[in-house]
Design a protein around this ligand. Structure first.
Ligand SMILES: C[S@@+](CC[C@H](N)C(=O)[O-])C[C@H]1O[C@@H](n2cnc3c(N)ncnc32)[C@H](O)[C@@H]1O
Length: 277
């Protein structure tokens, strides 16, 4: 097995920092702007509905969210659809926050989380109807292993949803992988983050035995999401800097790098696969 990166210091920052620039659900991945007047908050809810639609959820399913962040997806699917949810994240601070939110929303019995890496945790074979990874496979060194594990934990006929930022193609990856901006985001912000071309994720899905059912291009949605985050960082810079001098500027720099590349070097895709056999 490839070594798992014990990294992502970014997600161990004080949850209050993320409360300053994310939407109220603290969803830290692309939103979906269906209308011009959508706010960050409404667009993040649109996105969660979009994920539920792509997974074909009707209510009550067993759902595993790999890289659950501050729990936006599991809390939403538990509250809105009565799904029985499990969230995984190696970042300890995220779990206390999710437990508080689940209790406040009256869905504590439908929401459990596990601290650890997906690649290492013991999970029940064929134990889930749906598996999601939103913005988390980028932090995992071996996509083949991730898709193989996802297939193992999904019941036959179950569905996998993966949305991720990708290099536009392999040539772009070769040209940009060792640029200063890429290194700053990978090492100074996260600790480990490996952007890949979509073709690599598709190959990993196929090799694991999945059937691909859809690919959506969400690049423009992520551009607008990050623009909204940057505006929020600017508005809350003093409070963010109270957690560490210069933090707001560092965060802004990372978000600006992420937003500069869309369509040129990077894309954001949602990939849906079915465990058909
Ligand atoms: C960009 S955040 C996305 C969070 C969430 N999916 C969302 O949309 O708000 C990435 C998440 O992946 C988690 N993560 C990183 N490496 C992981 C691993 N090996 N296994 C499971 N989760 C991981 C991080 O702790 C973080 O919660």
């Amino acid at each position: 097995m490839t070594a798992v990166a014990d990294t992502n210091q970014h997600y161990d920052l004080d949850p209050d920092i993320f409360g300053q620039f994310l939407d109220p659900l603290r969803k830290y991945s692309a939103a979906r702007y269906d209308a011009e007047h959508d706010t960050l908050e409404s667009a993040q809810r649109n996105k969660l509905r979009f994920v539920a639609d792509r997974l074909g959820l009707r209510g009550g399913e067993r759902l595993l969210d790999v890289g659950c962040g501050w729990g936006s997806l599991i809390l939403y699917m538990a509250s809105e659809l009565g799904c029985r949810t499990t969230g995984i994240s190696p970042a300890p601070r995220q779990h206390g926050y999710i437990a508080e939110q689940a209790a406040a929303r009256g869905v504590a019995e439908l929401v459990e989380t596990k601290v650890g890496h997906f690649e290492r945790l013991d999970l029940p074979a064929r134990g889930f109807d749906a598996v999601t990874l939103l913005g988390s496979i980028v932090h995992m060194p071996d996509p083949d292993e991730v898709f193989r594990r996802a297939k193992t934990v999904l019941r036959r006929g179950g569905t996998l949803y993966v949305s991720e930022s990708c290099f536009r193609n392999t040539a772009t990856r070769t040209a940009f992988d060792d640029r200063d901006g890429t290194g700053f985001v990978r090492e100074d912000i996260f600790g480990f983050g490996e952007l890949r071309p979509l073709s690599e994720l598709i190959a990993a899905a196929e090799n694991a035995g999945f059937s691909i059912t859809s690919v959506d291009d969400l690049t423009d949605d992520y551009r607008r999401t990050i623009a909204d985050w940057i505006a929020n960082v600017d508005a809350a810079a003093a409070r963010i800097d109270a957690h560490g001098p210069g933090l707001a500027a560092k965060l802004r720099h990372y978000l600006e790098i992420a937003n500069a590349g869309w369509g040129y070097t990077t894309k954001h895709y949602a990939l849906v696969c079915r465990n058909a056999r």
